[in-house]
Write a new protein. Structure first.
Length: 229
């Protein structure tokens, strides 16, 4: 008798919804023309696009690139990498990079989690995650990006002393992030007096923040330093 049992396939939980946003003609052309210049391959081996002595900045889920482009313009001596799954957002960023003649930005167009696994350790001095998908329903919270397992994965690619900046307009997500970080001995809260931080000087208002505020949500910032033993 033929064995009809099939081996189970482990599929990682996806922390984002792949929305079918409208891609403008300008964004489409930017993706076609500029992706070969600015995109990083989604799998290794890692090769830095810049001199090795540059500090590296990573923004996970950069939306339409407002903050990433502003940070890169203000920090021309940094190498700036952004990860985003949504094509309209990537296209919008590529248009910004061309308009501002920024050459210190590279893009990972896809899920950041498998890409992180291809990287060597101790790369990034600053990581920013702003307004990630909140998955507000209690039954869906396991899909949130910021979990203990993700933090462990992130630690591997951070230099000692690296800063992690988080922002959300969902209060319960903010407390979840805080709990994950506070019970990990490798992290120090930079907020004084805390527990939440003042808005970092580099963080500019973005479309996602303005949308949350229009809904009457508060905005919660966290700033932690990575201090491995």
């Amino acid at each position: 008798m033929e064995d009809t049992l099939k081996p189970s396939i482990h599929r990682p939980i996806r922390s984002f919804v792949l929305r079918q946003g409208r891609l403008t003609q300008a964004q489409k052309r930017a993706l076609e023309v500029h992706s070969p210049v600015f995109e990083l391959p989604p799998s290794g081996p890692w090769q830095s696009p810049w001199p090795e002595d540059r500090p590296l900045f990573l923004e996970i889920g950069f939306g339409n690139g407002e903050h990433l482009a502003a940070f890169a313009a203000a920090h021309p001596d940094w190498g700036c990498i952004g990860a985003e799954v949504h094509a309209p957002g990537v296209g919008a960023l590529l248009l910004r990079l061309q308009a501002q003649a920024l050459d210190n930005v590279r893009v990972v167009h896809g899920d950041v989690t498998p890409w992180l696994q291809t990287l060597p350790g101790k790369l990034f001095s600053l990581v920013v995650i702003q307004f990630p998908d909140p998955w507000p329903k209690k039954k869906h919270r396991k899909r949130r990006l910021f979990q203990e397992s993700f933090l462990t994965q992130l630690e591997r690619v951070l230099v000692p002393g690296a800063e992690l900046q988080l922002a959300t307009d969902w209060e319960d997500y903010a407390w979840q992030m805080l709990e994950v970080l506070q019970k990990n001995p490798h992290w120090v809260n930079l907020a004084t007096p805390g527990p939440f931080a003042a808005k970092p000087p580099n963080r500019i208002p973005t479309r996602f923040e303005r949308r949350g505020q229009a809904l009457g949500h508060g905005v919660y910032d966290l700033r932690f330093a990575y201090t491995p033993q």
